[in-house]
Structures are given as structure tokens and as C-alpha cells.
Design a protein around this ligand. Structure first.
Ligand code: HEM
Length: 474
């Protein structure tokens, strides 16, 4: 899949036998829970409901308050769900649809049927890998700005790298989607609005478990309404500016507007354009921030990998700032990102709602059942990844690739992430630029616990100290 990025192994022999096992690898080994307990637990953290026996290749089914949940954890059956029977499982779960509909409307991430069919090619084209060269300079310049800011904090300064990475990727996606003319106040409004929205919505829809196939709409509290209003106000203005011929000509909104002007039959009005712009912003920001945050965590625990990364950056880039043309040569960097995406997939649960009755791997599926593919389990299944809890970027250094449908941080099948190359290149460039200049050290005794809301993040953040390296232009 990432063939264009592959190059020969550089320094792997140094690393033999040195594997870091995350402290929380055996965190979820609790006893079976009562249905109500499960729902309550899942509301605070969707990952804490798994037990050690779930980390196997299998298809299993449980009932929670009469509702069937099917967990599909084998490549063969994942292929069946996401590709072969995409028609029966294309629909997102009521949880996901209800949680995001207020903010994203009929945006691609949660749409299905005709709307999804019509919009998918449009959005895919806008975030496609062919467009990455146009946006890569934004990735490099924004990372360099962060280097400058970190330098100004002084050696040994402490930051919460979860927020630092969220700020960095939000800035990159904001400049890419809305253009450079947005202005800092409006950009902050959108960035804070999204973050507030995510913290306010529930990840479990009780209405669905109580018998409503489409679940219940989220409770629109004044705080939620306020955050949505702030976001919509800014994006509507950007869209209207572009429709009127103003606005940054290189932005993704401009590409959307141009497409609509060329193909008026698409019928994308201001609201539809806003929904797709907001979707790209949301889908492209949290995921990359989560990847980078977990990469810093793993690197701070595996100094031998960090040494290999630094050696590679110094060899490939010297004192120059990393750019897109360096990416195919940054093999360690890419492998560290790929291994991070295996251990900490930013979207650790892909949840679908079955349209009609079916059977998956011998398990009968009810209409409207919740069908879950859980990269968090899949990527840590021993038969697919030996020593599955160990951090070993070397797995991804050679030509060998994981077997199809066993490694799916970007999902798979027709709903695969269209921003895959954008996200990968962005993560590689940000990591290379920051690691060229800094080492990050985790605050001692800080407890790191993965928590899943919409994306996977360390529950109490990731406080680190910043230590200047010798190299790199600032
Ligand atoms: C490391 C970074 C990223 C990861 C791990 C990631 C992962 C994913 C996953 C797993 C899905 C499917 C979710 C599901 O089916 O429930 C998805 C969908 C999507 N992603 Fe990404 N993503 C990343 C970056 C990006 C970027 C940078 C963009 C845009 C610039 C983007 C745009 C989208 C869109 C629009 C969808 C919806 C596609 C559809 O439903 O047809 N993603 N992403």
C-alpha cells in the first residue's frame, strides 16, 4: 500500500532483541461485566470494555439490553464486511451518526447511500495523494513555526505534547482547508469549537440500546449549541467568500467551490459545502495529532529507536529542514509512524450498522445490529503480529507487509480514509522536523492510559520536557 515510500533498511541490526512493551499492554483483563455496567463503562471509555480473551482472531456476538453487537476480529471476515458486503455494512453506527450530525450534517464521514456515493469522489479528489505536494509546504512551515516556539520556551521546558500536536495539526489542516487568509481569531474559534464539541458529546447512544434503530439525537445543551454556532459561523463565511470569488485560491474550500461551479448538477449549497469542509477538518486533524502524540510517547520509552531516527534525519537532511522530497528516504520515520498506528490506531473502533440480516463467519447477524471492527484488538492479535504489544518499528522497515485486512489504521474497502497519504506525509514531516531539533522526555511517574472517545488519546495528556538537539535551522 505504501510502496512508493519504501527504501532499504538502514540500521536495524542495532535493535535486535530490544523491544519496548507499553505499560498498559495487559490493562484490559477484567472479568465479564453486566450489560448496564458495560454501557456505563463504555460511555467513559470505549476501550476499557475489552478482555484478554478478545485479542484473538474470531467473530463473536454479545447482547446488550437485547441489542446485538458483533465483533469481527479476523482479516478474512473484515474483508467480507468492509469490501465484499459493503452494501450491507456501509452505514455508520447510530452512535457515530448521532454524535456528529449536529456538527457535520450530511458530511462524508457519516453519510451513506446516494449522498455518500455522490460526495465520495469529490472529497477523495480534494484530499488525494496527487494534491499532497501542494499542501506539503504548509506542513513544513507550520512545523518550523512550532520549532521556533519551542526554542523560545528554553531548554527543559515542560509542555503537554497532546495539546501541542493538536494545535500543530489543527493549524495545518485549517490552513489547507480554509486557506491562509482565515485570521488567527477565526482559526482559533474553529479549533476550540471542535475540541469543545468532542468533549461534550456522548460516545454511547442509549436510545439505540433501548430499541430505537436510529438512536436518539444528542441533547443540544447551550454549550454544545454555542460551539457548533461558532464553527458554522466561521466556515459559512469562508465558503461565501470563496463563492463570491474572494478567499485563498489554493485552499480545499476553493477546490470544492470550483467543482460545484463546474458541475452545478452536484447541487452543493453553502450548507453542503460547509459540511464537507468541516468533515475534512475534523477527520484530518485529530487523527494525525493522536498519531504524533503516541509516537512521542513510544520514542521517549525506546531510546534505541530514537537514536536510529536521529541518525536517519541527520543523514538524510543534514542541517536543512525536512521537505517532501526527503520523505521517501525517511524510512525509520515512516516505520515509527506505521508502528505507532498499529499500537495506537487513532480510530480504534470502526462501527457499522447492518442493513439486513446476514451471517459473518458462522455468526448470525440481526438487521440493525452493531457490527464492530476494532483495530485496537486486531493490531494486537498475536497470530497476526508476533509480540503484538511490543514497539518494533522494524516490522515495517523491509518489503514485507502485514497480510491484507490485518493492518487497518486507515480502515479498508470503499470507505477507506481518502486522506491516507496526506496524513502519512504530514505525520512524517512533522515528526522529522521536530525530532531534528528536539528530544522529548515524559514526565516521571506520569500514568499513561489510552482513552477512546472519537479518537484514541492519553487520558491525562502527555506532559513532556523539551530538550534541544544540536542540529537544524531555526
Ligand atoms: C494519521 C492520520 C489519519 C488516520 C489514522 C485516519 C483514519 C481514518 C479512518 C479509520 C477512517 C474511516 C472511519 C470509519 O470508517 O469509521 C477515515 C475516514 C476519513 N478520513 Fe481519515 N485518517 C487520517 C487522516 C486524514 C486526513 C489528513 C484527512 C483529510 C485531509 C482525512 C479524511 C478522511 C475522510 C474525509 C474520511 C471519511 C471517508 C468516508 O467515509 O468515505 N483523514 N480516516
Amino acid at each position: 500500500m505504501f510502496g512508493w515510500l519504501q527504501r532499504p533498511v538502514l540500521i536495524s541490526e542495532k535493535l535486535e532483541g530490544r523491544e519496548f512493551e507499553p505499560a498498559h499492554a495487559d490493562y484490559y483483563t477484567g472479568k465479564p461485566k453486566q450489560p448496564l455496567q458495560l454501557i456505563l463503562q463504555a460511555r467513559s471509555d470505549l476501550l476499557s470494555v475489552w478482555r484478554a480473551t478478545d485479542f484473538y482472531e474470531k467473530v463473536s456476538s454479545i447482547r446488550v439490553l437485547g441489542r446485538q453487537i458483533v465483533v469481527v476480529n479476523s482479516p478474512e471476515h473484515i474483508r467480507y464486511v468492509v469490501s465484499k458486503r459493503h452494501d450491507n455494512y456501509e452505514r455508520k453506527s447510530p452512535q457515530m451518526r448521532r454524535a456528529l450530525e449536529y456538527l457535520l450534517g450530511d458530511g462524508l464521514f457519516i453519510s451513506d447511500k446516494e449522498t455518500w456515493k455522490q460526495r465520495r469522489p469529490l472529497v477523495s479528489d480534494i484530499v488525494h495523494k496527487n494534491r499532497v505536494p501542494a499542501f506539503a509546504p504548509i506542513m513544513t512551515s507550520t512545523s518550523q513555526e512550532l520549532v521556533q516556539r519551542w526554542v523560545s520556551l528554553g531548554d527543559g521546558a515542560e509542555v503537554n505534547v497532546l495539546y501541542e500536536m493538536a494545535g500543530l495539526t489543527a493549524e495545518i489542516i485549517s490552513r489547507s482547508v480554509f486557506g491562509n487568509d482565515l485570521g488567527q481569531d477565526s482559526a482559533n474559534s474553529v479549533i476550540e469549537g471542535f475540541s469543545r464539541y468532542q468533549s461534550l458529546i456522548d460516545s454511547v447512544n442509549l436510545g439505540y440500546f433501548l430499541g430505537l434503530d436510529d438512536g436518539l439525537p444528542v441533547w443540544r445543551t447551550p454549550r454544545l449549541r454555542n460551539s457548533v454556532k461558532r464553527i458554522h459561523r466561521v466556515i459559512d463565511q469562508v465558503v461565501e467568500d470563496h463563492l463570491a470569488g474572494h478567499g485563498d485560491q489554493n485552499s480545499m474550500v476553493e477546490l470544492l467551490v470550483r467543482r460545484q461551479k463546474r458541475n452545478p448538477e452536484l447541487g452543493l449549497d453553502v450548507v453542503a459545502l460547509r459540511n464537507e469542509a468541516a468533515t475534512i477538518f475534523m477527520a484530518g486533524h485529530e487523527t494525525t495529532a493522536s498519531t504524533l502524540t503516541w509516537a512521542w510517547y513510544l520514542l521517549s520509552k525506546a531510546p534505541w529507536v530514537e537514536d536510529a531516527l536521529h541518525a536517519e534525519i541527520d543523514e538524510v537532511c543534514g542541517n536543512a529542514a525536512p521537505t517532501l522530497s526527503d520523505v521517501p528516504h525517511l524510512n525509520w520515520c515512516r516505520s515509527i509512524i506505521e508502528e505507532t498506528l498499529r499500537l495506537y490506531p487513532p480510530v480504534p473502533i470502526l462501527a457499522r450498522q447492518a442493513l439486513a440480516a446476514d451471517e459473518i463467519g458462522g455468526v448470525k447477524v440481526d438487521p440493525a445490529a452493531l457490527v464492530m471492527i476494532v483495530p485496537w484488538l486486531l493490531h494486537r492479535t498475536e497470530t497476526l503480529f508476533p509480540n503484538p504489544h511490543h514497539f518494533k518499528p522494524e516490522r515495517f522497515l523491509g518489503d514485507e507487509r502485514p497480510i491484507p485486512y490485518s493492518y487497518i489504521p486507515f480502515a479498508a474497502g470503499p470507505r477507506t480514509c481518502p486522506g491516507l497519504q496526506f496524513g502519512l506525509v504530514e505525520a512524517i514531516l512533522c515528526l522529522a522536523t521536530l525530532a531534528q531539533n528536539f528530544k522529548l522526555r515524559l514526565r516521571e511517574n506520569h500514568k499513561v492510559e489510552p482513552q477512546c472517545r472519537l479518537t484514541l488519546r492519553p487520558r491525562a495528556g502527555l506532559p513532556v520536557t523539551l530538550h534541544r538537539r544540536h542540529k537544524g535551522p531555526v
